[in-house]
Design a binder for this molecule. Structure first.
Ligand code: NAD
Length: 290
């Protein structure tokens, strides 16, 4: 299938390469020349504008930084340029309102479109093991699913347009809360004289078990191997967690949803980022308890 791919950064580069490996004819564009060269080396055909990349495509996949950019790329370069009947998959993490409005505009112009944000970081993007949470009509989902399967291990239809972004921000708000809760409990146990490894052994098999503790233990040398064992490098960078929490807080306000813990977690992560921790994994927030 002829697939245009827009946004070949940390995530998009690996995803486009996996579409090539699955046998697709990938027509790639990024503003960065370096990203275009890497995509070329991975077997994509590259173009110097998004509209050229889309002009003959049956599907368009985008992996871009934010909602403003997604909206402008689709409005200026994709709508009216991609052949009628093409299917669009926006895999970026963006605000729910923009996701819904871009999908509505695509639909009104005769295209199918889904929002399909991902869970999993750069390693999962490179390895083709992302989880996609997808919003859109049944028909749009059916068309998008085989394309997403080539880049991931799980593709879940969350609901109508915007439901993928809703699932993503609610999930990441929960992740922020469990990470902070895990950090707090581990540090309190330590201060009360309990060996952190013993706390891990007990709580990870008791009612305190959760993904942040069991699968991403935030203390070095305790529990499973995680970014903590690597000086908090790699993993899920703090600025991306802050981005997702800002989107979550915005969405909570529009829905008039009560988020006392989510807003506290968002404030703690804002402070952590503001203290110059932008290069660290989000689990490094445990350092603030030292
Ligand atoms: P990135 O900054 O590495 O890549 C974004 C790319 O988009 C860059 O190469 C940039 O040059 C390109 N770009 C920007 N504006 C453009 C335009 N107008 N036209 C074409 N290209 C343009 O970011 P990333 O880490 O790959 O993240 C992409 C998206 O995936 C974000 O929405 C992010 O929140 C989401 N995400 C990232 C991760 C992660 O671990 N990195 C995990 C899950 C979701």
């Amino acid at each position: 299938m002829k697939i245009a791919f827009i946004g070949l950064g940390n995530m998009g580069g690996g995803m486009a390469a996996n579409l090539v490996k699955a046998g697709h004819d990938v027509r790639a564009f990024d503003l960065s020349e370096g990203a275009r060269s890497a995509a070329e080396a991975a077997g994509c055909t590259t173009f110097t504008s998004a509209s050229e990349a889309c002009s003959d495509a049956q599907a368009v996949v985008s992996m871009l930084p934010n909602g403003g950019i997604v909206k402008s790329v689709y409005e200026n370069d994709v709508f009216g340029t991609a052949p009628k009947g093409a299917v669009f998959l926006d895999c970026s993490t963006i605000d729910v309102a923009t996701a819904k409005s871009v999908i509505e505009a695509a639909t009104s112009q005769g295209y199918d479109m889904v929002d399909a944000p991902v869970s999993g970081g750069i390693a999962a993007a490179n390895g083709g093991t992302l989880t996609f949470m997808v919003g859109g009509t049944d028909e749009a989902f059916t068309r998008a699913e085989p394309i997403l399967q080539a880049m991931g291990k799980a593709v879940i239809h969350a609901g109508d347009a915007g439901a993928g972004q809703t699932a993503k921000i609610c999930n990441n708000m929960l992740l922020a809360i469990t990470m902070i809760g895990t950090a707090e409990a581990m540090k309190m146990a330590e201060k009360l004289g309990l060996d952190p490894q013993k706390f891990y052994e007990i709580s990870s098999q008791s009612s305190g078990y959760n993904w942040s503790l069991n699968a991403y233990t935030p203390l070095p040398g305790v529990g499973v191997e995680s970014p903590a064992d690597n000086g908090y490098a790699g993993g899920f960078a703090t600025p991306l967690m802050v981005k997702d929490l800002r989107l979550a807080m915005e969405a909570a306000e529009t829905a008039d949803a009560a988020v006392p813990l989510g807003s506290r977690a968002a404030a703690l992560y804002e402070d952590f980022l503001g203290a110059g921790n932008d290069a660290l994994d989000f689990s490094a927030i445990i350092k603030t308890y030292d």
